[in-house]
Design a protein around this ligand. Structure first.
Ligand code: AHG
Ligand code: MN
Ligand code: MN
Length: 336
């Protein structure tokens, strides 16, 4: 039985063996993130008890009420990665500006961007939330990193992952050699390999979209969702079940494992959509492509979009390639 217990640390080190030039810094960085995830997971599981619920009395740079757990998750990610000398710079959904790493502790060659707590509006109702992260190599030569280090397109991603704080705590990552999932064994405090080499099933089961915004959608999006529901007489299909939790990481993880598509389109009120390119769409797009799927803005591959600002938003269609490409076709033919 014991040869089956593969911790995330062991998995990362084994993956590192395939990179002869690896120095172990990347493996250590991934370990730091896994440790931050365990600390955040522990706090989330106690959220209802530790009087940590409720608004922290501040709003974040998005102008949204900042839940205390958002702040805790943000500070945990920053604290666990500030003094290791592995990073040049960080960027977080909860900070307007980049978070340069002080020269005092040494600066490294990696860049870490993250959404410390995604779906935070679900905390008070005990619905799954998540952390999303992405890792680049720095572009700037040395010393504390700069904004350009954080504005690289998804094509330059070294690794990406997320943590789902749900009925179990699952950490999923890719370093460009497949997608691998680990489930936290709370009694050991270890993430154990539970989903090796995740591939999105060829036969999709679900589609995820906030149907409540239908009146604001473009004609292309409306026709696409009608097709998903089997209502398109010219191209009838088996209707997909709709599942929408309103927590991106939870919706994404279900569709990755069961097959399907998640859509957060642009609409007349949100012309660039709601989700952020740098630390939500790009990491999940890299994971999806590594699992055999595809992620699009509705017009082009998410990974090809050159970020212009840290918190810029993007429309997002992500999941089975055939569904995402169909969305592009409807949008291309129906929308200006
Ligand atoms: P965050 O909590 O990091 O701001 O992200 C929330 C996002 C995402 O989790 C989810 O898919 C989306 O908000 C839901 O938005 P709507 O409520 O507009 O559907
Ligand atoms: Mn988010
Ligand atoms: Mn968030």
């Amino acid at each position: 039985m014991y040869d089956q217990i593969i911790t995330i640390e062991r998995h990362i080190i084994e993956q590192q063996r395939s990179y002869p030039e690896a120095t172990g810094v990347f493996s250590a960085l991934m370990y730091d993130i896994a440790l931050a995830a365990k600390i955040i997971a522990r706090e989330i599981l106690r959220a209802g008890l530790a009087d940590i619920l409720g608004v922290a009395g501040k709003v974040n740079i998005q102008g949204e009420p900042q839940m205390k757990l958002d702040v805790f998750a943000h500070e945990t990610m920053v604290r666990m990665n500030s003094f290791t000398g592995r990073l040049a710079v960080m960027a977080s959904e909860e900070e307007e500006e980049i978070i340069p790493v002080s020269d005092e502790y040494g600066t490294g060659k990696y860049v870490l961007v993250f959404d410390p707590l995604d779906g935070s509006s679900n905390i008070d109702v005990a619905v799954s939330v998540g952390t999303i992260f992405a890792i680049y190599r720095r572009l700037s030569p040395k010393g504390p990193g700069v904004l350009e280090d954080c504005l690289q397109s998804g094509r330059y991603l070294v690794a990406a992952g997320y943590v789902l704080y749900g009925s179990s705590t699952v950490m999923v990552y890719t370093a460009g050699r497949g997608v691998h999932g680990f489930t936290l064994e709370p009694s050991l405090g270890e993430f154990l390999l539970s989903h090796p080499n995740i591939r999105i099933p060829t036969r999709p089961k679900y589609y995820s979209i906030n149907q409540g915004y239908q009146e604001y959608w473009s004609e292309g999006t409306r026709q696409f969702t009608g097709w998903l529901q089997g209502l398109d007489r010219d191209d009838p299909r088996e209707p997909l079940s709709v599942r929408y939790i309103g927590s991106l990481v939870a919706d994404f993880h279900r569709n990755l494992l069961a097959g399907g598509i998640f859509c957060y389109p642009a609409d007349s009120r949100k012309p660039r959509g709601k989700l952020r390119l740098v630390y939500e769409a790009n990491p999940l797009a890299f994971i999806t492509e590594q699992a055999g799927g595809y992620a699009s803005t509705g017009r082009c591959n998410i990974l090809d979009v050159q970020p212009e600002s840290l918190h810029q938003r993007t429309p997002l269609f992500i999941g089975n390639r055939e569904l995402v490409e169909r969305a592009e076709e409807f949008i291309h033919s129906c929308d200006e």
